[in-house]
Each structure stands twice: as C-alpha cells, then as structure tokens.
Design a protein around this ligand. Sequence first.
Ligand code: MOS
Length: 729
Amino acid sequence: MKFDTPATSNPIDRGRVVGLPHDRIDGPAKVTGTAPYAYERHDAAPNAAYGWIVGSAIAKGRIGAMDLRAAEAAPGVLAIITHQNAGQLGKGDMNTAHLLGGPQIEHFEQAVAVVIADTLENARDAAGQLRIDYIPERGRFDLAAERSKAAVPKGGFGGEPDSKAGDFEGAFAKAAVRIDRHYTTPDQSHAMLEPHATTAAWNGDKLTLWTSNQMVAWAVGEMAKTLKIPKANIRVVAPYIGGGFGAKLFLRADALLAALGARAVGRPVKVAIARPQIPNNSTHRPATIQRIRLGASRDGIIDAVGHESWSGDLPGGSPEIAAQQTRQLYRGAHRMTTHRLTTLDLPEGNAMRAPGEAVGMLALEIAMDELAEACGIDPVELRIRNDVQYDPEAGPERPFSSRKFVECLREGAQRFGWDRRNPRPGQVRDGRWLIGMGMAAAFRGNLVLASGARVGVDMRGHVTVETDMTDIGTGSYTIIGQTAAEMLGVPLDAVTVRLGDSRYPVSAGSGGQFGANSSTAGVYAACVALRAKLAEAAGFPADQALFEDGLVRLGNQSKKLGAMAGRDGLWAEDRIEFGDLTQRYAQATFGAHFCEVGVDIDTAEVRICRMGGAFAAGRILNPKSARSQVIGAMTMGVGAALMEELAVDTRFGFFVNHDMAEYMVPVHADIPEQDVLFIEELDDKSSPMKAKGVGELGICGVGAAVANAIYNATGVRIRDYPITIDKML
Ligand code: MOS
C-alpha cells in the first residue's frame, strides 16, 4: 500500500481498541520472568559456551605482539579469536570502527579478542591472562581543543550540514535585541538496562543470532557484509529487548564475536558486552559545542536565528546534528544553521534517543529563555509569538502536516499553574530552598519508514500478526495488537502478536520515534489486504463489508471470521510505503515542558519538585504506553540536565566513568511528580493511522526547562550541561 495522499476516514477512526489505554500484552511475560532475552536462550541454543571480550588498552595505535599461550592453557578455554585467526572480515556500513580491531586500534576498549570457554568465569579468567603489547600513537580526544580543525561533514543522520535563508548576518547586526551565547553538552551513554548481548548458533552454513537489536533487517544485512555470507543464511531473532535508546540500532561486537566464536568451537556461544565495557566499546551520544544567535524586535518577534554546532567522531563518522530543530521551530526571515565535525579518537559516536534535537533543544531553549528575559516577555508568550505554521526555511508552500505547538504551550501552562511563577529570579524561598519555575518547548521531527507485516485468521477466528518489528520496552506488541483488533473487529485478546524475527516481513524497526506509527501502518496495510480476502470469501463486496464482533457483515447478513479461514488459516501480507507527503509537508511533533525546582541555598543541591508537559503527536495509539514513553523521556532529560556525563580522560582517550555506579541517571526518587497531557490531534498526512512518533519527543527540551527553572530559582545561568553543584557555586 502506497501512502501518498492524505488519509480519509478508515476503520481505525472507530477507536474501539486503538486509542484506549490497554495494559501491555507482553507485560505478564516480562514481570513473571518468562520473556526470554538474548543471553537466556538456553531453550533454543542448549549447551552454549561463553565468550568474554578483551578490549584494547590504548585508544590509538596498533598491536605489536600478542601472547595467547597462558590464556589458551587456562581451564575450560575452547578458543581465542583475534584478528589473526578470524579470517577475512568485511565491515558493515553503519558502524564506524571495526567491531573486531587489530592490528590497528581505532579506539579504547575496541574488541581485540574474544575468549570462549565452558563457563563465563573461565572465559573471564583466561581473558585476564592475554598478553598484548601495544604501540600507541597520539590521539585527539578533546573536543574544545580540536574544534578549530572542524570541517564540513560528508554524511550523517538528516541531510545537509548547512542551511540558510535570507541574510542572517545583516539581520542579526540590525536587531534591536540580540542573544549570542555558547552552550555545551557532554558525551552521554545510553545506559539501557539490558546490555548488548547475543547467543549465536550455526547449523552448517546457516547462522542464527538471538540478539538484542532494534533493527532486525539491518542486523541481517550488516552481519552478511561483515561475515561475507548471504543474507539468506542469517536469521536474527529479537522478540524481547531490555531497552535500546539507539545503542542497539546497529550491529555491535557481541553479535559478531558470538558468531565467530560459535563457528570456531562448533557449538552455540553467548557473548555480552559487559556493563563496564559498554561506554567505551559501544557507541555514545557525542558532546557538542553550540553557538546560538537570536535577533529579535523589542516585542520578541524573531527576525534572525543562527545555530552552529560542533562535534567530533572517529574518521569516517558523522556529526551530532544539534541545529536540526532550529531549522523549523521558530519564525524568522533570516536564518542559518551549520554542523561541523572534527576528528576525535574517542569511542564511536552515534545516535542516542532523539539524536540532534535532544541536545540541540538543550541549547536553543535556554537561548529562548534568555531572549524572553532580554525582551521582558513571558517565556510562554515569547514562543507563542514566534510560532510558524509552515517550514520557515522553505516558506508557506511547505506547511506543517499538523502543528499544535501553541495549544501545547497554552494548555500546558494552564495545567501547570505557570501564572504563579515570579518572573524575577531568586525571589521565592521555602525554608532553605530557593524555588523556581522554568519551561521549554519540545520538538522532534516525525520520520516514517516503509514497514511490512502479515496477518492471519484461524478457524476459531483468532488473529495472528507477524512482523520483524521490535519492542524495546516501548509497547509495540500492544499497539500492533490493537491495530489488528480494530481493523478486523475482534477484541485485543483474540490477537497474537509475533515480533522480532527476520523470518517475518521487514518492518520499520525501532528508532527515531518512527517505529509506532510506521509499524502499525504496515499492519494496517496487511489488514486491509486480509479484509479484502475475508470479504471475498464471504461473498461480500470488500468496500461495503463491516468487520465487528468477530464477524464480517453486509446489511443483516454476517459470517464468522473463522468460517472463512480453512485449516491453514487465511493470511495476507502487505507493506506500507510512504510517498512524498513528508516532502510536501513538514512533519514534526510538538510539546511544552514545565518544571519546578528547589535549589538548596547553601549546597546548591537541585531537586525537582514537579514536572508537567503537554504534547501533540498525532493520534495517540495507546495513552498508557505513550505516557510511559513520555515520562521515561522526561526523566532521561532530567539526567541530561543534572547528571549525565561521560568524563573524558583527554590524556589517554577514554570515558572514565564506565559503569552505572559512576554514570549517574535519575531514579524514581529524583522525580516526584510528572503530569502528561496529550493534545487531541489527528494527522492525516503522517499515515493511515494519523499518528506520529512520541517515543523521543519527551526528551527534547525538558533539560532546558530544568535549567531555566534553576535560573528562575537562583539567578545563576549555567550554559554547560550537566548542571552540577560545582558549576552553581
Ligand atoms: Mo533512536 S536514537 O533512533 O533509537
């Protein structure tokens, strides 16, 4: 099914199942420990051996000599795989550094060996007995020091490195009110709960990977390139995933080393990237330096907006596209954005939840707070005055598909009690706490990707959906089940959803908040095809048949779905493909974040008092799972504001705080109250579901709301994240 004209009314609009806050259908399996994760597939791959990854002890250089003798003689060791015996490996397109390094070393903790043994303990013990001599070279590890060497990036997420409209420099120079500030954001780690993990098994030349990966079809393709074997010989299975946040978009070392290990020892092998290895072995969100210039009239109307971003990555890597949202969020005839990339020999930078906007909004939305103060205008009102209903770079001929930004600002402010805020900083005191309120916009682009599914009904009228879509903790199982139930007129418990297997039709996968809308639209397409088959079997014209109560009806005639199924069931497969509606219309999701904080007058400790937000993201497919996505993202944004930072050792080139004891993330006790309002919106240009993404919107801007609340509480403006106590004093 090609989606290239706006959606008209369709069965999803009935809202009997879609749009209701159903509990997650995978919930019972998750909380009873019966949902098998990649490392736990003892059922599917019995008698597995264990691999332990050995990471490079230098950041850049090469291996001089390796002495494996002691490790090979250690108890239980079955094989040791290094670049010397791994065979000729290719490289996928999506990872920057090689997943198995040597003799060249590209970054600290890059895998240089995997030790396979009968137990995890024996593998780890032997790994400690490898003797590796390195010949180090000088590396570049300090973004601030390397910024002056930054160049125009060749590629990267999201298109052109630069954009411009009008005459930014001229208009900025003439503006009555000018803001010109630098902001910095640090390297961050995904810190998902389930580490990267894979169980691999070979059957002849056929490889099966039970792995923790957001993008099943990409994993198949990348593994085929790396091992130089046909895609048809690889099966990837990923039904349950304990979080991803972008860390699992791409093939990582666990999958490759498990496959190599299993081939070497002739039995299944499990490999996980151990928690302390993750920040340096895997990917991270790159640090940024950002300069924002805003030129406005005295009444806050923006005329000139400029956003420049600098980040670093390994040779061949890509930039963090932090200025992305500034191309579309606010009005202004004179505009410019640039992304510049410098070479850093730190571990590989890549996508983390809302790449681009998550850190771009941290900067832009402080700048807007500074502009509001400079103009003497309320920050909510400033944003309302600068709303624009079309893509401001392209002009009125490219409107937004839907944009309820102003509604989010108004209703969010009202629910939060924004009118109780004292605009003068440092005025409100509650015992030893200085109290402040801050707000920020939320913005994240709406992406769509082609997505396929097949749907079948059996003799009992039970429906089964199969697609290689993943559920990384987001609720995919449930919204996909709801979609099929709505389309076929059956209750949710009459639907079985099977996900995460490369034997199923290729889906959008989970990433970039495109998963929910795209994958349910694919299920919608397959259901349209199945409805046609069912109607035909019932002898009804497909365009007049109604599907409800487990029946297909025409007038007062009806037949049970199961009656048309036959012994093998009746199946249909289709895929949604998206035409040019994403070019003709700007598509994005919007919101407004509000936050109240207390700052200890003596210690500068910051505590969140309460948070609230209003969000417009098209049809909300399941308000319960959507709310969970938003509150999780808001919580992650508090981490970005106050805690999260991979500390770089700029002498040796690695992230020092490489475990959950030292890489701080917020916990429940840090977030006492979160209120989430979804603004009603149907977007007929986004998909037949009329939904948009919501999984990343909640993290975009929220950290700036925290920063602005701290400023309102104290009068101290911090522009370098995270806002830790040392910066406040
Ligand atoms: Mo998201 S960073 O595309 O998983």
